[in-house]
Ligand binder design. Sequence first.
Ligand SMILES: *Cc1c(COP(=O)(O)O)cnc(C)c1O
Length: 388
Amino acid sequence: MSKGNFPIDKFQKIQTPFYYYDMELLDKTLTTVKEETAKYGFTEHYAIKANANPTLLKHIASYGFGADCVSGGEVKAALEAGFDPAKIVFAGVGKADWEIETALDGGIFCFNVESVPEAEIINAIAGAKGKKACVEIRVNPNVDAHTHAKITTGLSENKFGINLSQLPMVIGKIESLENLELIGLHFHIGSQITDMHVFEALCTKVNEIVEELASAGRTFSNLNFGGGLGIDYQDPDKHSIPQFKEYFKVFNDNVKRSANVKLHFELGRAIVAQCGTLISKVLYIKEGEVKKFAILDAGFTELIRPAMYDAYHSIENITSNDAEDVYDVVGPICESSDVFAKERKLNKAKRGDLFALRSAGAYGEVMASQYNLRTLPKAYFSNNQNSI
Ligand SMILES: *Cc1c(COP(=O)(O)O)cnc(C)c1O
């Protein structure tokens, strides 16, 4: 069993739990994405909500990625990290007035608009500032992402986007608002999608929508396909780089488009998940009546994905090579949902052992909370070992 690439001696001297980022792997990931999108002339935006650690944001911005934001705070963070405002997009069903103002003042590329009332407010705020706001309509294409219900966004029952039956009406409405310029359509159907057929189905659906609108005389110069590419949580070492090649090829091969149409993508998880690990210490081994519990000093306050989405994370005992035993791996939070894994085979554990919770770079640190008045976890980076 792999023990990963961890400086364990250094880890033993610092306060757990903490996040550790493998910057070499992040570099490899970013380089791969840039190579694949360059092949087809696609534009890539990093979805900031996956991980907004300022060091990571600066690093990703330095590769020339655009940013996908879902709040005013994220727009500010993107601007501070050095993302080019001309490549920042802003989505979300509930943009507050101050968030719209922040984005307009920052000179972002466009708003992904999710309702008519929102379009009207953006129009009014832009007008008051003497500006014109570029917008794309977020369309709900009713394509099933075949992923966990809590991360499915592209079905008619979801709160996101404009339903197809209402799309022509909404286009007409937005075109009548004088401070808005409608430049494209946006789609984002869900997250942790590993079946390329789902993205093929999205392409087919988008072709239909675009063709129908074109026959009514309406064409768009930007198509944004959102994010959602999944990663291998079961075996992060085997598939440390997600299926970017296959993913971008699906869109190149399947989206019917004229030469002036730009394709945009907003990947989050696939960019940062595999480079991040949550390192935690075993506090106690508790032998129950029917189970053995490994009680860690990290809980869902540091990594909420197992509690919130029933997510699987590969876990390794990185300080033991002893024969395997079976554990429920749990945290210290006073909630019965504070469980990282059930019946997991791990090298025999004792108090003080370090556990690595792998593939935790996306929707990990950024979702940390202070529930139970806990301290937010620190982050360390492989390219700055002196700080460890
Ligand atoms: C969350 C989100 C993304 C990124 O999703 P991933 O699954 O992390 O790639 C992209 N676009 C929008 C609008 C989102 O809300």
